[in-house]
Design a protein around this ligand. Structure first.
Ligand SMILES: *[C@@H]1O[C@H](CO)[C@@H](O)[C@H](O)[C@H]1NC(C)=O
Ligand SMILES: *[C@@H]1O[C@H](CO)[C@@H](O)[C@H](O)[C@H]1NC(C)=O
Ligand SMILES: *[C@@H]1O[C@H](CO)[C@@H](O)[C@H](O)[C@H]1NC(C)=O
Ligand SMILES: *[C@@H]1O[C@H](CO)[C@@H](O)[C@H](O)[C@H]1NC(C)=O
Length: 205
């Protein structure tokens, strides 16, 4: 179940991070990505932010600022607003779509993958990429989530959560992280990314 673990690590990496604008990229060719040992793909994180059609949920993640640090790491920063205390358990699902363009996508993993109780999941992921991102929150993000404004400052993200996203399957991918608590949707975060193989990036004559 490669996809299941992919979805989990994605969730881990990015659940609360959000909204990406490629800042002033120092390198214009994305970060190295793919399966080790040959990191032959280039990953461009395009956006991490609230699902655009769901801006009124309990949790709101403004589009994160995404800047490329070097050819292996991005740095992401953003603001997460929690509008009320979430007292009931929150369960999360991850769905992954592959897209031809911005409007034509289809599910890659269907149905969405359930990751179960979010707090337990986050706790187990403390040392993962997600843990890294959330570890940069001020104040600290702890379960149960309390009303407040959380700032994620300069969290490093490398290719690892995205390593299974192959350009040979699709160049444009979309990941939706959705959380429900007490049978209501409380968050919806979308991650959009591009992956290219080096061959794709060579000029064509
Ligand atoms: C890229 O930046 C990260 C974080 O500062 C650092 O850990 C890593 O070693 C750097 N990679 C290269 C190739 O310089
Ligand atoms: C939210 O939780 C905090 C900490 O437990 C508490 O102090 C606050 O009163 C709660 N807010 C509401 C509206 O219940
Ligand atoms: C997206 O791709 C579909 C199918 O190829 C095409 O019909 C549609 O016009 C495209 N949309 C845009 C915005 O390019
Ligand atoms: C995370 O790493 C620390 C230090 O290496 C370790 O003590 C802790 O048990 C780890 N936590 C998890 C959940 O793996």
């Amino acid at each position: 179940m490669v996809y299941l673990s992919t979805a989990s690590s994605l969730l881990a990496a990015l659940i609360f991070a959000c909204a990406i604008h490629t800042g002033e990229p120092y390198f214009y060719n994305g970060i190295k990505s793919g399966l080790e040992p040959d990191l032959k793909h280039s990953l461009f994180l395009d956006r991490i932010g609230q699902c655009r059609w769901q801006r009124d949920l309990t949790v709101f993640l403004a589009d994160m600022r995404i800047a490329q640090q070097n050819n292996t790491h991005y740095v992401v920063s953003g603001v997460l607003r929690v509008r009320r205390n979430i007292t009931q358990p929150t369960t999360a699902t991850v769905s992954i779509e592959i897209c031809q363009n911005a409007t034509h996508c289809r599910p890659f993993v269907d149905p969405p993958v359930a990751v179960g109780d979010l707090c337990r999941f986050l706790c187990e992921q403390r040392n993962s990429s997600l843990g890294e991102v959330l570890g940069h929150s001020v104040p600290a993000l702890d379960c149960p989530l309390r009303e407040g404004v959380y700032r994620i400052n300069d969290a490093l993200v490398d290719y690892k959560p995205f390593r299974y996203f192959s350009p040979h399957v699709s160049k444009l991918w979309r990941i939706d992280l959705v959380g429900e608590s007490d049978r209501r949707r409380v968050f919806c975060v979308r991650i959009e990314l591009f992956v290219y193989s080096w061959e794709d990036m060579l000029p064509r004559y």
